[in-house]
Design a protein around this ligand. Structure first.
Ligand code: ATP
Length: 204
């Protein structure tokens, strides 16, 4: 399975400069790939494009040669750096989870989610607690690629390793692909099979 971005260029409507210019990227499900680069080089922007969240870009994104579906469930799931920004504050956590799928009790336990949290609203949980939901939400059985944009930054060091280990185990068991964005080079070098460096085209 291949997730491919071809000739991708992008600028935000409010800015004149391109953030990404003619980017070619290909990741497959046999490897865990890292995307690294300076702050502001466009990693999060590229992740949003590769997972179908941002559509007004130049170029193409394909999964095994086909465009990503726009209306149905997207098999490329993005775990955001800031989960609170993408969760409906009026929905309780069980609703937020069920909108994607409902993991069983064992999986909830593996990701350290307490049952009482399910009936709370996002603003009643800490950043790290919310991030566990956001990770689990992305692990819908229909997901084929996971893009994790600095997903563990809100967790303490021990929990980071626990959550990442659980995700990678599931990714490997289900033959999914995974792209990890991180500034933590020792972590990236330990867990990833391949590292892609994104150059800041507006950097000095
Ligand atoms: N909504 C937006 N409107 C205008 N500019 C934006 C917007 N979001 C991001 N940018 C700009 O686009 C550039 C790339 O941002 P992006 O978040 O993709 O970088 P990044 O490599 O993920 O950075 P970091 O490692 O710091 O998270 C930055 O210069 C940022 O200021």
């Amino acid at each position: 399975m291949e997730l491919k971005g071809s000739n991708i260029s992008f600028k935000y409507p409010s800015t004149k400069k391109y953030i990404l210019k003619d980017i070619d990227i290909c990741i497959d499900n046999t490897k865990i790939t890292a995307l690294v680069g300076d702050s502001g080089s466009g990693k999060s922007t590229l992740c949003k494009i590769l997972s179908g969240y941002t559509n007004n870009f130049e170029g193409a994104v394909t999964l095994d040669g086909k465009e990503l579906p726009k209306k149905e469930f997207c098999p490329v799931q993005l775990i955001f750096q800031h989960p609170e920004k993408v969760m409906n504050p009026k929905w309780k956590m069980n609703h937020i989870l069920e909108e994607s799928w409902m993991p069983d009790d064992n999986l909830l336990k593996e990701f350290g989610i307490q049952k009482t949290w399910l009936t709370r609203f996002p603003q009643e949980l800490s950043g790290g607690e919310l991030q566990r939901f956001s990770v689990l939400r992305a692990l819908n059985p229909k997901t084929q690629f996971i893009i994790a944009d600095e997903m563990t930054t809100m967790l303490d060091a021990i929990t980071q390793v626990q959550i990442l280990t659980s995700v990678i185990e599931i990714v490997k068991k289900r033959n999914m692909g995974m792209l990890i964005v991180s500034h933590d080079m020792p972590l990236v070098e330990t867990i990833c099979d391949e590292i892609i460096y994104l150059k800041d085209i507006n950097g000095i």
